[in-house]
Design a protein around this ligand. Sequence first.
Ligand code: 5CA
Length: 157
Amino acid sequence: MKNLSRAARRVEAALRERGFEVTIQELSQSTRTAREAAEAVGVSVGQIVKSLVFVAGEEPVLVCASGANRVSLEKLAELLGRPVRKASPEEVREATGFAIGGVPPLGHARPLRTLIDRDLLQYDEIWAAAGTPYAVFRTAPAQLLAMTRGEVVDLAE
Ligand code: 5CA
């Protein structure tokens, strides 16, 4: 792998530490949004994993959602038993150590409770952000669950 940026190397290290041999691809084309990522790697937008941070009460929670879905705040609040709001860009950076557009599903500044959108399970191949708005990696639902130790839930609007 050539010249990965520092943020992408942090994600690569987290993957390796957990025993996943995954190749991070840092592209010249933007993967900042799910739509851009889908175009860049040539998959449907539903196959892109959006790593979104919400705040439940005081606790930051990571939601890995299919790029085709909008996360329902009502469903999240019901699941978590607390009022839920979307994190600010500063809160995202503080909780994960990464900026919006590059937030990966693992390798965060501190361990985050993680929920996985069940709609991701229908795909053989999915792609997630790897630390920067140009870095992604290919994975599969079972692998995403293993690397995040996330809970599968229904959270689409
Ligand atoms: N690299 C792609 C996927 S591989 C990616 O990171 N997509 S994402 O969906 O996980 O990240 C973009 C998301 O950041 C948006 O869907 C949006 O929910 C969130 N976001 C963008 N701007 C803001 C903002 N100002 N405040 C809070 N969240 C934001």
